[in-house]
Design a protein around this ligand. Sequence first.
Ligand code: AMP
Ligand code: MG
Length: 504
Amino acid sequence: MPLFPFDNSYARDLPGFYVPWKPATVPQPRLLYLNLPLADELGLDGVALQAEAAAVFSGNSVPEGAQPIAQAYAGHQFGGFSPQLGDGRALLLGEVIDRQGRRRDIAFKGSGRTPFSRGGDGKAAVGPMLREVLVGEAMHALGIATTRALAVAATGETVMRELPLPGAVLTRVAASHLRVGTFQFYAARGELDRVRQLVDYAVQRHDPALAAAPDRALGLLRAVAARQAGLIAQWMNVGFIHGVMNTDNMTLSGETIDYGPCAFMEAYHPEAVFSSIDHGGRYAYANQPHIARWNLARLAETLLPLMAELHGEGDPAMQRAVDEAMAVIDGFPALYEAQLLAGQRAKLGLAAAGSTDDTADAALAADWLALLQQQAVDFTLGWRRLADAAAGDDAALRALFAEPAALQPWLARWRERCAQDAARGGPDSAGRAQAMRRASPWLIPRNHQVEAALTAASNNDDPGPFNRLLQALQRPFDEDPALADYAQPAPAEVTAGYQTYCGT
Ligand code: AMP
Ligand code: MG
């Protein structure tokens, strides 16, 4: 039996959308990480994989049935359009159907130069690839849609960055690698038929219910908007900052992709930004929903000619398509706000919408966040200790605030709102606290812990801290005194100077 039962629809259905290519061979392949639970989810034989892991996951031995290809895509990067990006250091090996019948891409990152590499070396370093493992697996455990790491192999090469670093190849699993930028690549070249092919392919893969609909381009836009609204709301409710929401890093599937300069916020501040190159704060925490909408507008632009075809010819037909697209784009904030509020209600321990007042509940959440901001309270612990307060113990929550007295009026308001739920047959305080602890994690990958784990693994060849942190992050909602270190914020001076880097 082959290691991967590949069925490669992208290579088969979309000739001309990629360049067939081979991964570079590397001098000293060594397996650093293999995600056995994910391998099992994919229906792969973990034992067989392990036996060949170093050769396969380094790119030295292309597995049977793989058809490695470099995909073409474009993208707006920090607002400026690059007509040709593409897989400059990545290759899609192929697709497998997982145990639940879902088609999943298996792709390399860091597997050498391709025709899309421009000035780059096509390589990746151990630290950033292990970072992608940690953050992606943490996101998955938090219940957030994400691409995931199947494996990381060290290559034995030195990769030149600001410093020489050990090289690595990541194997990434994704619902697909279709990006807004994939559509932009063909739209920018005026290749309408190729945009049409992409729409059909994307619909087949992500929204099969739309396959027969004449207006499936519009339907796809709506579906992507809905997925992204849900995704970004989840990011916001765990304090995740992606850091580089370029259109080539926004998926059609609604999965988080490309863990480059991302970070989780500690002290709450809506303008938080960590990326060393994001000087204007374009991708700051609070800007993420606005950027998602902006990116959706770029996707919409690529679809307009197809949408207009349904309405005849000329300006009136185009105007109708523009109106349809604008309705989706303008509707995005409301979609997002609804998802955000649903998540905030769960974190506040409040019943879902229905008989409740959206405006009042949104204000309750906003005023809570304002308190966290005013007193620079840790976002994760603030929410988590609110669950203790729901159970009747305010002490740990108050301890997070320099001036706990300022919290009192808000707590009283919140308790009144909780009492309304209880009067309507909602949970008692213990039930509420328990539900809140499923909505607000105790553990996130804290930046200083991630850096410590990566430094040990990359510089000292010590996988211990990485393995322990990864293990802890598998169960982010369960408090475990033995893991208390991981729940602590970094010292303020560390956070103040914390920067993350792109393209590493
Ligand atoms: P990213 O910032 O990782 O989303 O990458 C943006 C673009 O730069 C993509 O086209 C990547 O393939 C390309 N790229 C990033 N790093 C490298 C590298 N080391 N070598 C070649 N291409 C790269
Ligand atoms: Mg990218």
